[in-house]
Design a protein around this ligand. Sequence first.
Ligand SMILES: Nc1ncnc2[nH]cnc12
Ligand SMILES: [Zn+2]
Length: 331
Amino acid sequence: MRDFLKALPKAELHLHIEGTLEPELMMALAERNGVTLPYASVEEVRAAYDFDDLQSFLDLYFQGMSVLLTARDFEDLAMDYFQRAAAEGVVHVEMHVDPQAHLSRGVALEAVMEGLERARRRAEDELDLSTAMILAFLRDRPAEEAESLLEQAAPYLDRIDAVGLDSAEVGHPPSKFREAFRRAGELGLARVAHAGEEGPPAYIHEALDVLDVCRIDHGVRCLEDEALVARLRDEAMVLTVCPLSNLRLKVVERMEAHPLPAMLEAGLNLTLNSDDPAYFGGGMLENFLACQRAFGWSRETFARLAGNAIEAAFMSEARRAELRARLAACG
Ligand SMILES: Nc1ncnc2[nH]cnc12
Ligand SMILES: [Zn+2]
C-alpha cells in the first residue's frame, strides 16, 4: 500500500509555505542571517513542537519564520519543500503565503514574491511539479490591512491564483473580510478560506455566503450542522482536509476519532493535504499513510481523493488532463 500511495499523483491544495520550514533549514538560515532563535539545536526545535491548539502552534510558526529575510531565503524554503514533496509523489502544490507576517518584520513583498517565483520556475523545470499561489490574509489582523495587501500585490497578480484566509480563527469570522474578498473577485482571483477548523459551522456558511469561496480549507466541524453537510454535498464544495494537522492541534484526540470517514460517508468532496508539514509530523505521503492506518481505506478510496484534488486544482486544463491520465494509469 505504501508503494501505491507514494506512486499516486498527489495534488496538494492546502499548504502554508512558511509551514514547510524544517528545523534544519531554520537553524541554517538563522546562522546565515544572524538571527537569534531561542533554540540551541535542531532537537530543541523539534521538542518545542508539542501543541495544545491552533494558537500555540501559530506562536511558534510566526517565530520560526523570523529567519526568512531575503528572496534567496524564500527560494531555498520553497525549493527545499518542492524537492521533498516531489520525492513522495506530489505532482502539484498550491501554496498559501502569509505576506503580512513578513511585511510586519520589514521584509519587502518583492523579496517574498521574487524568491517564491524563482523556486516555482525551478520546480516546473527540474521536478515536473506544477504550482499555484494563494495570497493569504491573516484573519486576526485588521480587515483594512488585508485590503491594503491586495493593493500592494497589484504587480504580482499574474502569479497569484487565489486569495485565502488563515491564522487564528475563533473570533475572526469570514464576514470581517467581505470587502477584501469582493475586491479579489473583481480582480479575477479565486477565493478560498479556512473555516470550521476550530471555528463553528456558522463560519463555513459565512465563507460560502459572504466570501463566495470555491473551496473550504479544513471544514471538519461541518458535521455538527446537518443542513450544512447537505449544502456542501449538493454544491460538491471541495474541502481541503489536513488529518495530521488536526491531530497535532488537538482538533481530534486520536486519528481513529477523525471525522474523515463520516465526511466521506456523507458524500462530501474531500481532499487530503498536509497544511504545515514541518510542524505536524509529515507531508502528503505521511497524511495518506496515517489515514490508511486509522481507517483502512481501499486503493479506490485513495485514488478518488487524489482525483478530487486534481479536479479542484488551480492548474491549466492541459496539466489536468495529463494528471488525470497518470492517475488512471495507477490502477
Ligand atoms: N492550520 C492552520 N490554520 C490556520 N492558519 C494557519 N496558518 C498556518 N497553518 C494554519
Ligand atoms: Zn491551513
